[in-house]
Every structure is written in C-alpha cells, then in structure tokens.
Design a protein around this ligand. Sequence first.
Ligand code: AR6
Length: 180
Amino acid sequence: MVTRQVEGAELEVIIADITTLGVDTIVNAANTSLLGGGGVDGAIHRAAGPELVAECRMLHGCKTGDAKITGGYRLKAAHVIHTVGPVWKDGTLSEDDLLASCYRRSMELCGKHELTSVAFPAISTGVYRFPADRAADIAVRTVIEGLSVAPSVARVIFCCFSEPSAKLHAEALARHGSPC
Ligand code: AR6
C-alpha cells in the first residue's frame, strides 16, 4: 500500500490478517499472562496451534512494555514476538513511553536473533483503547529508531486491520521516513 526506504530497510503499510504473513517474525499484542486472549492475540494463538501456548507457559508472563520471543509453530512466520502494550487511561500513566518500549524491545529481539523481516500489528489500539493516531506515530517513529539496534532487519511491515489504521500509519511514515 505504502512503502518507504529508511536506512537500507523497506518499511511498508498493508491491510492484512497478520497470521497469514510469511515473515521471519510477527509481533503479538499480548497481555501480561502471555497465555492468549482476544483480538490479534487470539487470532495468532488459533493459527499457531496449541504448541504456542505451551511454549508461552514456560516464559512466566511478560511485563507491560517488554517483549519475549517464541517459535511460530503452524504459522508461516518462524517466530512470534509477544509484547504487552499499555492500557490507555488518560495519557498521564506513561502510556506513550510504554508503547514505545514495546516497539523498541521487539526491534532489539529482532537484532539479537538476526531476523530479517518483521510485521507489527497496531499494538494497544484495540481492547487497550490507545488513541490510534498517537499510537501510529509512536509505532513508526520508534521502529525507525530501532533499526539501529536491528541491522539484520531489511523489511518492516505495519500490518493494519482497517483502512483508517493504515491511513494513520501511512501518514506517520510520510512524516518520519524518506520516500522510496
Ligand atoms: N491481524 C492484524 N491486526 C489485527 C488482527 C489480525 N488478525 N486482529 C486484530 N487486529 P487488540 P490490544 C488489530 O485488541 O489493544 C487481547 O485480548 C486490531 O484491529 O488485538 O493491544 C490481548 O490478550 C487493533 O488495531 O490488542 C490483550 O488482553 C490491533 O490489532 C489485549 O487484547 C490491536 O488490537 C491487548 O489489546
């Protein structure tokens, strides 16, 4: 839909079901239990099969703003990075920093595991009610910053689930990335 080249990496905005993507890793908008839930979390666990929750059980949860990596099992993606976004209250409870931390920690894991392609959903913008425009700006800005800690990453997909979400990410990409 929209593509930008930044620091040798291609950044794309698409509208798709993230569970269908053949990338090295997809990112899951999980909760602190890491044991599954609704939204994109539920879709990823359904598509990956029960082996995923079995591996997640061994991780003993994840703090808000942190991220942990597992296999992808029955997904096309080889890995899943599970990150826990903040629940939006009113913006005074470090929600922006915690959301940025989700993207930064996910990029750090991509770098550590030398992954080349990663797809992100719009973390916290569903059940957790983070304002979508504010979240898209944080997502794109933090991923671009994170390329420096993930030199292996050549392709980043912002996998949106609606037209309005894709438009917000495309606008953020236009603000923060240089044209391809
Ligand atoms: N592919 C891509 N994006 C999706 C998909 C999909 N298959 N399904 C939903 N989205 P949400 P959160 C979008 O609610 O706000 C869970 O129960 C969706 O439209 O999945 O971080 C967890 O267990 C929205 O834009 O995650 C947690 O308890 C975005 O993904 C809680 O929800 C995120 O929406 C996390 O809430």
